[in-house]
Design a protein around this ligand. Structure first.
Ligand SMILES: C[S@@+](CC[C@H](N)C(=O)[O-])C[C@H]1O[C@@H](n2cnc3c(N)ncnc32)[C@H](O)[C@@H]1O
Ligand code: SF4
Length: 378
């Protein structure tokens, strides 16, 4: 089984924190779609004979496209690839873009998983983040989505926003859990270099919340989500049983995937490649029958590091049998020896021959992961 990711790089407004590749215009819709279809045709053999069991329409903002435009893309993908009947097909929606007719149209395209970019239920946060919608619109969007009969609905929330107190975060969580949601992605705000927030931070015009507040908000998230029956299957992802994102879980389980559109990544076990972050260049090169990408061969160390980076963030952790099978005794000894101190500090535990982060460990997951990286990687 394999997955397909499709990157729609258009947004109507620039969110101040966002480093995902996007352009704030949509004059190029038609030429972009033509280029995307061409890219898919050129790369139709990338997944070999694999069946495709997940498709993810992400962005940017896929909901800037009409149902007809999305249908053109999905029809083409279904013609070229062996997409299974019961595939998980996700679309990211901006709350400003939902309405009954649109949602019905998405259902007709057999899209069966909706991810709504809510970010916060508080207007002051949404203003600070420079979101397109306000909280009233976010509530309407979620209600419309549930009323349209979508059962597999997830929302994105951001915490650690400057000015957000623990109480504010608690109300955001309580309000979230008042809906019949099956999944939640909650991300700590990061200040990415080059974004508006990144630049403001550099100039001292905004500051990050302090580490203790971050930790309290993260702990509250875990506590509340678990009390409502959600399982934290990845540091930022919580799902009810049976509703984990199959597409994203496959990234973390080294399943092959093809990424289409500017900035999209692809992986086939041995190489990772990524399309250039340049919409005009993307369209131009596909007009000429080529596509521009960069790639790297994954040598054994890179594959090891990739595995650690992804698996340690999940509830399945580092599978020591897999490590021994893939990276032999050397890899196994390296991991087991290094894990000793983290186990002693209560940051990691061994369960069913897998090394898993404890809640304490999840708080400093990036530091632990970087200690596991095998030298030789940049
Ligand atoms: C590509 S966007 C989602 C879809 C859609 N574009 C939207 O914003 O509604 C993916 C998600 O990543 C999260 N995100 C992006 N940049 C972030 C940052 N710097 N810090 C924390 N979360 C971030 C947001 O929650 C966002 O909804
Ligand atoms: S968060 Fe979503 S809507 Fe905002 S700029 Fe990023 S991709 Fe676009």
């Amino acid at each position: 089984m394999a997955g397909i990711y499709i990157h729609i790089p258009f947004c109507k407004k620039l969110c101040f924190y966002c480093d995902f590749y996007h352009v704030v215009s949509h004059d190029d819709n038609t030429s972009f779609i033509n280029a995307l279809l061409k890219e898919a045709s050129l790369r139709k053999d990338y997944l070999g004979d694999d069946y495709v069991s997940t498709i993810y329409l992400g962005g940017g903002t896929p909901s800037v496209f009409s149902v007809k435009e999305l249908g053109t893309i999905l029809d083409h993908i279904r013609k070229l690839f062996k997409v299974t009947e019961d595939s998980e097909i996700t679309i990211e929606l901006n709350p400003e873009d939902t309405n009954e007719t649109y949602l019905k149209g998405l259902k007709n395209l057999k899209i069966n998983r909706i991810s709504l970019g809510i970010q916060s239920w508080r207007d002051s946060d949404l203003k600070l983040l420079n979101r397109r919608h306000d909280s009233a619109r976010a509530v309407t969007a979620l209600k419309e989505t549930l009323d349209a009969g979508f059962t597999n609905v997830t929302i994105d929330l951001i915490y650690g926003i400057p000015g957000m107190s623990l109480k504010d975060w608690e109300s955001n969580l309580d309000f979230t859990f008042s809906f019949d949601l099956k999944h939640l992605s909650a991300y700590h705000l990061t200040f990415e270099p080059g974004t508006v927030f990144g630049k403001m931070l550099e100039k001292g015009d905004i500051s990050e919340i302090d580490d203790d507040d971050s930790a309290s908000q993260f702990n509250l998230l875990i506590e509340k989500a678990e009390s409502k029956g959600f399982i934290q299957y990845e540091i930022s992802n919580f799902g009810k049983p049976g509703f984990f994102s199959i597409h994203n879980s496959n990234y973390w389980k080294q399943v092959n995937y093809l990424g289409l559109g500017p900035s999209a990544h692809s992986f086939n076990g041995f190489t990772r490649q990524w399309n250039v972050r340049d919409l005009k260049g993307y369209i131009k090169s596909l007009d000429a029958g080529k596509y521009n990408f960069e790639s790297e061969e994954l040598d054994i160390k890179k594959r090891f590091n990739e595995y650690i980076m992804t698996s340690l963030r999940t509830m399945w952790g580092i599978d020591l049998d897999y490590i021994e099978g893939m990276f032999e005794k050397e890899g196994y000894d390296y991991v087991v020896n290094l894990s000793g101190k983290f186990k002693n500090y209560g940051l990691m535990k061994l369960e069913k021959n897998s090394l898993i982060l404890t809640n304490q460990g999840k708080l400093i997951s990036d530091n632990i992961i970087s200690e596991f990286m095998m030298p030789g990687e940049e």
